[in-house]
Design a protein around this ligand. Sequence first.
Ligand SMILES: Cc1ncc(COP(=O)(O)O)c(C=O)c1O
Length: 435
Amino acid sequence: MSNRDWIARSRASLWHPCTQMKHLEAMPPLPIARGEGPWLIDYEGRRYLDAISSWWVNLFGHCHPRINAALRDQLDRIEHVILAGCTHAPVVELSERLARLTGLGHAFYGSDGASATEIALKMSFHYWRNSGRAQKTGFVSLKHGYHGETLGALSVTDVALFKDTYAPLLRHTHQVMSPDWRLAEPGESAEAYALRAAADLERHLEQHADATAALIVEPLVQGAAGMAMYHPVYLQQARALCDRFDVHLIADEIAVGFGRTGTLFACEQAGVRPDLICLSKGITGGYLPLSAVLCSDAIYAAFYDDHAARGFLHSHSYTGNALACRAALAVLDLFEGGKVLEANRDKAARLTAMLAEVAAHPRVEHFRHLGMIWAFDVKDAEPGFSRAWHERALAEGVFMRPIGNSVYVMPPYVIGEGEMHLIARVCRKLLDARD
Ligand SMILES: Cc1ncc(COP(=O)(O)O)c(C=O)c1O
């Protein structure tokens, strides 16, 4: 069947996420027949470089032989079993390894990122209730933050397009200043601005800590805000303030975890340990939906009791899915065996150098880079800029989806030299070709 057939059947039978379906009349979805490393290949053999890692999930490319082999092996053992009342090797081994890597424990599993956010919020709230401080029910998050789109997660998300329509369904939460350095005053350093943002958090907690269960943040990079980046001092301040005011710090490492910012977890760059960490996306290398929340021993201990109602009351049918856990174990094996973070540092330096002309382009401002994420803002972006860039990049063989006027690159770690040149060349060409 041709691309056209799949497009027609897709439009007739399914509802694409984050999409006004009518827009597909003008810009149809890309039908993908297969993947090969960082490449997506359509039904007519055309190849597209997956420059955004299939929504930030893919780490080691598509159809990686080691992850494939782990899944094939697991398929002949057990694909899935209920985790209430049962356990199995992949979920135990994964929990043990995640605990060693994060310094937190007792992994609780969900499926998508948003379910991890829900779990972390409920766990924090219930901890305070079990600890005799039932008035601590509030949540605080950063302006322009994103934590998913189920109702609880959307309540702590601050992206107007996703949130405004559903506002009547949501819980009221507080948003404090974002440390995004693009918002600094002229002459103000990223660090000074982050400290100013932390002072805003301090003011909020001074007044509301008694009613606040947790602060939830995306460490170092606010992805959906257009890859907004901030100085690690903010996380250090946030940790100190959460300690001082008895508020949990939830690190939503769903997008930034597993090496994306240059360290295995972004919090490491600030030397802080959160009370709860949310993991998903890259955890399975982009193979299968899986998320996990790990917590401090103190949180776990507050639930350990004879009474069922003091236990954590939450479940998903696919919790701890054996196939997904095996994929995650294969991903951790690749990290351990392959000096991935070191190799990424070299690649990052190469791509940053290749993007020098992009960074200096007259249409570009706020060029930024951290680990395996690059982003810049296009000053004169017209309405419809993001869709136009997406289409033009596709015509050049690169799959990108700018967020507003922020163009970003977040490639799989297996990206090679020629592919990095392609990204740099396409960004330059699109910037030179005015709308
Ligand atoms: C920081 C962050 N948290 C949560 C989520 C939600 O994850 P999911 O889309 O898997 O529900 C995302 C998704 O982009 C994210 O970037």
